[in-house]
Write a protein that binds this ligand. Structure first.
Ligand SMILES: [Zn+2]
Ligand SMILES: [Zn+2]
Length: 122
């Protein structure tokens, strides 16, 4: 009755499901299997990869231009691949800590448009 070698309830791990990231500066490409399987990064896998890549190489892979939310008062900071979560993080941090948070887009090297999320200190 039971067949231990085949469990139809468990889908086989399909590496083709892992998203692919390319970096024209490194002239390489990677799939995100490691981020998905080992780090359980889920839908933040691309983000995780981009941040790791930047940490180790000093630049971001193609099609990733993270938004960086950096607190001006404490070491807190996060990077996001979209403005909305970055802004949300900044606002949440400002709300809870009464700290001002700088929001910057990593890809815009030239025209720096740093936004400052200020705490509602009245
Ligand atoms: Zn690279
Ligand atoms: Zn802070």
């Amino acid at each position: 009755m039971s067949d231990p070698d085949r469990d139809p309830g468990l889908p086989p791990g399909d590496p083709e499901d892992a998203p692919l990231v390319t970096c024209s500066r490194c002239d390489r490409e990677w799939d995100l299997e490691y981020e998905l399987e080992e780090l359980h990064a889920g839908n933040r896998a691309l983000e995780q990869f981009a941040l790791d890549h930047q940490r180790h190489t000093g630049h971001y892979p193609d099609d990733t231009s993270p938004w960086l939310a950096t607190c001006r008062h404490c070491p807190a900071g996060e990077a996001f691949l979209a403005e909305r979560p970055a802004r949300r993080w900044a606002q949440t941090h400002a709300r809870h800590t009464h700290h001002d948070v700088t929001l910057e887009h990593a890809s815009t090297d030239e025209d720096e448009e740093d936004a400052v999320i200020e705490s509602d200190a009245e």
